[in-house]
Design a protein around this ligand. Structure first.
Ligand SMILES: NC(=O)C1=CN([C@@H]2O[C@H](COP(=O)(O)OP(=O)(O)OC[C@H]3O[C@@H](n4cnc5c(N)ncnc54)[C@H](OP(=O)(O)O)[C@@H]3O)[C@@H](O)[C@H]2O)C=CC1
Ligand SMILES: C[C@H]1O[C@H](OP(=O)(O)OP(=O)(O)OC[C@H]2O[C@@H](n3cnc4c(=O)[nH]c(N)nc43)[C@H](O)[C@@H]2O)[C@@H](O)[C@@H](O)C1=O
Length: 326
């Protein structure tokens, strides 16, 4: 099948011998996808670091794609960050992500890549979307201002895969994950998402016996957390079992308050001091709980509980990130 012949396509098992390009293979999601692919028998998984191949460089992306000729792609490369990074650097989150995804998707089309999974984020939905958030609430209201630039880039990515489906008949899909965590996450104090930020803050406080820690915002917003290995499993499942234009939400179907996740993380790392809240920092969206019934209909539900995922992530953090500071 070629990009130009517009043939109907039935998804099914991916060819384990085909070349599979994971864009962003060292990141939180990309590294989980690579683990999943290797465990599933894929022999020819390729990827490049941003130092080796800057996906913002259109000519370099086209040259790489023509050289590697992948049959499948997961687009897990993006400029990613938590609420502070998103609200401080909106130009970077808009411009970098628009360029990365446009270059990869255009080069994939030019090289007849058969199946592509584009990854967006639950922040594409309106700030006050009805909860749990259904896929059809996209573009029905205003975005959360702390991440509107990033969200607009991600919405353009969804439209891009839909346009390729319409114009060329290729079975490309989009998946919208909730807040993710796991090995290879970004644990930097200012750039990270809340879960890795709190693991680091509470673990450091426990290690030095600090009497209190201060978290951002009021602690009242609700978030849904999915382990990256579940995310990888879901994306592979969708690539083999889902073929439709609408983006598919990927989550657990359960959320917690930031205060609750903070208390749980304090318990897991063994911190017994006080927790204070700095309400001058933004809360962001009050609630982001995905409706995951479409994913369930496609035959997938989350397997890793928050308790198990946290234990595993704290252990990984202590071995890989915490150890670097000793
Ligand atoms: N983390 C989360 O909570 C969520 C993530 N997502 C989405 O999932 C996807 C993956 O995110 P996540 O794994 O968390 O992000 P990470 O920051 O962990 O990884 C991002 C990856 O993108 C690569 N990358 C970034 N910029 C470039 C560039 N200019 N050229 C080449 N590669 C680049 C990085 O490569 P290198 O390491 O070599 O620099 C890195 O491997 C993204 O689309 C994100 O929007 C969606 C919802 C929640
Ligand atoms: C996945 C999603 O992630 C981002 O949206 P977010 O869910 O609001 O991001 P967050 O994980 O950074 O924060 C969640 C909540 O937690 C609170 N909070 C407390 N203390 C810390 C703290 O120390 N660090 C951080 N980052 N947040 C903290 C924080 O104030 C907020 O109320 C998007 O920008 C965008 O990237 C996106 O798509």
């Amino acid at each position: 099948m070629t990009a130009s012949d517009g043939l109907e396509y039935t998804p099914g098992e991916l060819d384990r011998d085909a070349t599979f390009y994971v864009a962003g293979h060292r990141g939180l999601v990309g590294s989980a996808i690579v683990r999943k692919l290797k465990a599933s028998g894929f022999e020819n998984v390729v990827g490049k670091t941003s130092a080796e191949l800057d996906l913002k460089d259109r000519y370099a992306v086209f040259a790489y794609m023509a050289e590697v000729k992948p049959r499948y792609i997961v687009l897990a490369a993006a400029k990613v960050g938590g609420i502070l990074a998103n609200s401080t650097y909106p130009v970077d989150f808009l411009s970098d992500n628009m360029r990365i995804q446009t270059n990869v998707l255009d080069a994939a089309l030019a090289n007849d890549v058969e199946r592509v999974a584009f990854l967006g984020s639950s922040c594409i939905y309106p700030k006050f979307a009805e909860q749990p958030i259904r896929e059809d609430s996209l573009l029905t209201g205003h975005l959360e201002p702390t991440n509107d630039a990033y969200a607009i880039a991600k919405i353009a990515g969804i439209l891009h895969t839909q346009a390729v489906r319409r114009q060329y008949g290729l079975p490309w899909i989009s998946a919208m994950p909730t807040n993710l965590y796991g090995p290879n996450d970004n644990f930097s104090p200012k750039g990270s998402h809340v879960l890795p930020a709190l693991i680091r803050r509470y673990d450091e406080a426990a290690a030095c016996g600090a009497p209190s820690v201060t978290n951002w915002g009021t602690g009242t917003p609700r978030r849904e957390f999915l382990h990256s290995d579940d995310m990888a499993d879901a994306v592979m499942h969708l690539m083999e079992h889902y073929d439709g234009p609408e983006q598919v939400n990927v989550g657990t179907g359960t959320d917690v308050t930031i205060r609750e996740i903070a208390e749980t993380i304090a318990d897991v790392v063994g911190y017994t001091g006080e927790t204070e809240w700095d309400a001058s920092k933004p809360d962001g969206t009050p609630q982001k709980l995905l409706d995951v019934s479409k994913l369930a209909e496609a035959g997938w539900t989350a397997k890793i509980s928050l308790a198990e995922g946290l234990e595993r992530t704290v252990a990984w953090y202590r071995e890989h990130v915490g150890a670097l500071r000793e």
